[in-house]
Design a binder for this molecule. Structure first.
Ligand code: FPP
Length: 265
């Protein structure tokens, strides 16, 4: 599997190197577009360190990269975009870095909400939101409320999110339904579990993008990634840009997805 993954990665890079952004946009086949793209926005810290700058500068540059990707997502009429903004494990970072990330989130929401709404984007923060600092909870509540009637791109922002915490929460929710007599143990199906995740009602990601050269899932969407295609690059997230997003989409369009079955002509 690893070899296949690396092979795809090589193809993706060499196949699109010569194409301009416009040419790549033209090559996108609307019939083979992913419905749901998930991104682990990794490498902000290293990007900054490589430049002799503070990590906070890397995170700020990461927000800029996010803005570009969301804009492109809207342009290409992507249905779902999920980004990993803050994990349940990120609290282990120094307090100043956690504060910076929360400040950037708050700043992002207040600065971008008008444009996101003008672009019909529905913001869906997902994670253990009640554990976020008050200022972040207020911004998140505003983003949900302001965008709740939008019908375009669903923009999932994973905040204080962990795949294991999400599954544990689902088990608790289902367990409580059983206690109340609303559900029988035998009625628990894969669909019931999916319905109790933060992504309930959404298709699983078709494509997972991880920049920065690390090959890990990092507790992201553990249930939902069962048959997701991976696209990896050594580029750090702040440098990711529209071109890499387009490369990933074009590469995805050449993948053969079998979902454990066989492909028929
Ligand atoms: C991983 O890079 C990135 C994060 C932990 C945070 C991602 C957050 C943003 C891009 C900005 C805030 C989000 C929003 C929605 C406005 P890293 O710090 O782990 O990089 P490293 O692996 O190079 O140290």
């Amino acid at each position: 599997m690893f070899k296949r993954l690396m092979g795809n990665r090589r193809n993706a890079v060499s196949g699109c190197n010569e194409l301009s952004e416009q040419e790549m946009l033209q090559q996108l086949d609307p019939a083979r577009m992913p419905q749901h793209v998930a991104i682990i926005m990794d490498g902000n810290g290293r990007w900054a360190t490589q430049r002799g700058a503070l990590r906070s500068l890397g995170h700020r540059a990461g927000v800029k990269a996010l803005r570009e990707v969301v804009k492109l997502g809207v342009e290409i009429k992507l249905k779902y975009l999920t980004v990993y903004a803050f994990s349940t494990e990120n609290w282990k970072r120094p307090r100043e870095e956690v504060n910076t990330l929360m400040d950037l989130l708050v700043e992002y929401i207040y600065k971008e909400i008008d444009e996101l709404c003008a672009n019909n984007v529905r913001i869906h923060p997902m994670g253990l939101l009640s554990e976020l600092p008050a200022r972040a909870q207020e911004a998140v509540a505003l983003a949900i409320d302001r965008s709740k009637n939008n019908t375009g791109l669903v923009f999932n922002i994973a905040l204080n999110y962990g795949g294991r915490a999400e599954l544990l929460r689902a088990v608790h929710l289902i367990g409580r339904k059983i206690e109340r007599g609303e559900l029988e143990v035998e009625q628990i199906t894969e669909q019931v579990i999916a319905d109790h995740l933060f992504t309930a009602g959404q298709p699983d990601p078709d494509l997972l993008i991880r920049p920065s050269g690390d090959y890990r899932v990092s507790n992201f969407l553990l249930w939902q990634l069962a048959y997701t295609e991976f696209w990896l690059t050594n580029t750090m997230w702040p440098d990711f840009g529209r071109k890499n997003f387009l490369k990933a989409l074009l590469d995805f369009q050449h993948r053969e997805r079998r979902f454990g079955g066989l492909v028929h002509d």
